[in-house]
Ligand binder design. Structure first.
Ligand SMILES: [Zn+2]
Length: 376
């Protein structure tokens, strides 16, 4: 085995970098990880989608006959929130099995776990399929780092992807897609005492909302994910009570299942709402991620996770979305699972923590998955 890197110490080091997004500023954190990986023999490349917004790709080994296995995670975190933290958000304070800090669960401990496992195995990976570690910036707002890597064709080959987001070491086979829309109606303003002279944008929007209630997705249900959903999340319109409003706006959150194309979905909404004169604009777009549970490698992952869980996992998907869909696209569609040591219920919470024990389990699990892929 190579040198052992204590995943607990590495998690604490990563927590010390303030990578709250916005603004992110992941460069220093990415450079630390890159330096550690370079020392261990990895080939490291940095890619910035904007000034200081650094992602890195680290590779080791390589075999023309079989692509490497990819482990991925994001180094940015969400803000601390308005509530007061009892624990320091950047010091990696521990209390028993818990390590506190913003990003401890989501997902610096996940990165520490796969980096520790990768460095330990590094000396044994020459002339094997090897590893590609993709550590991204800017995940928390629109997966900007991963999207940049995929769009610029900076991702080469990977035969499988492990997304080390917080799942308490339960392997999930994907997540729904997410498409948000802004819908606008316009009219003609007039004095509130003479509504017949105006054209009321809010009344038009009320009809739009009625139409949306009856909207049917092209795929009604998915075997593992269930139904796609649509929620009207915000509404705005009108400036004062005694005028006919000439503008109204809503935002709509749809969660989609594989097979629903978001451009197509946008076109369907436009078509449905065209008779109301509504304008539809897509404002957020993350594709669904899904791998058939019957996939041979997914079955291997289920098998390796079983000792760490109450029993053999059953196929499930998670509620949050990840960089996975962009990375999968960039790598040409290999199987992917979401699997990491963080506690899903603590992501984005005040006094976020991770279980140190689970992080150590995760190192064992990731090392096994790497060895099995590389036969190292
Ligand atoms: Zn995350």
């Amino acid at each position: 085995m190579g040198s052992r890197l204590d995943p607990r110490a590495l998690t604490r080091e990563l927590l010390a970098f303030n990578t709250i997004n916005p603004p992110g500023m992941e460069r220093a954190c990415a450079r630390l990880l890159g330096a550690r990986l370079e020392e261990a023999g990895f080939r490291v490349a940095y890619h910035e989608f904007a000034e200081g917004r650094t992602s890195l790709i680290a590779q080791i080994g390589g075999d023309p006959a079989k692509p490497p296995i990819c482990f991925t995670g994001h180094i940015d975190t969400v803000p601390l929130g308005a509530a007061h933290w009892i624990h320091d958000a950047f010091a990696g304070e521990t209390d028993g099995d818990r390590m506190y800090g913003r990003g401890s669960t989501d997902m610096k401990s996940g990165i520490a776990a796969f980096v520790a496992a990768a460095i330990e195995l590094a000396p044994h990976l020459a002339r094997t399929p090897g590893l590609v570690l993709v550590i991204t910036a800017g995940e928390e707002i629109g997966c900007e780092g991963a999207r940049f890597l995929a769009d610029r064709r900076l991702l080469d080959r990977a035969g499988a992807i492990v997304i080390a987001e917080p799942t308490a070491n339960y392997p999930y086979v994907g997540h729904k897609g997410l498409a948000w829309f802004e819908i606008e109606t316009t009219g003609v303003t007039a004095h509130g005492s003479m509504p017949e002279v105006g054209d009321n944008a809010i009344l038009k929007m009320a009809r739009v909302i009625g139409d949306l209630e009856g909207f049917r997705f092209p795929i009604e249900t998915h075997a593992v994910m269930g139904k796609p959903t649509l929620n009207v999340g915000t509404i705005q319109g009108g400036l004062n009570t005694n005028s006919v409003p000439d503008e109204a706006r809503i935002t709509v959150d749809t969660r989609t299942v594989p097979g629903i194309d978001h451009a197509h979905l946008c076109a369907s909404l436009e078509k449905l709402l065209a008779p109301r004169g509504a304008r539809v604009r897509k404002i957020v777009d993350t594709a669904a991620l899904y791998t058939e549970p019957s996939n041979e490698w997914v079955q291997q992952v289920f098998e390796e996770c079983t000792p760490f869980l109450d029993g053999r996992p059953t196929p499930k998907t998670i509620t949050f979305s990840t960089d996975g869909a962009d990375l999968k696209r960039g790598f040409g569609g290999p199987p992917a699972v979401v699997l990491g040591p963080g506690e899903p219920r603590l992501a984005h919470q005040t006094d976020e923590w991770c279980s140190i024990n689970r992080v150590e389990q995760s190192v064992d699990l990731f090392r096994t998955l790497m060895q099995r892929w590389c036969r190292a």
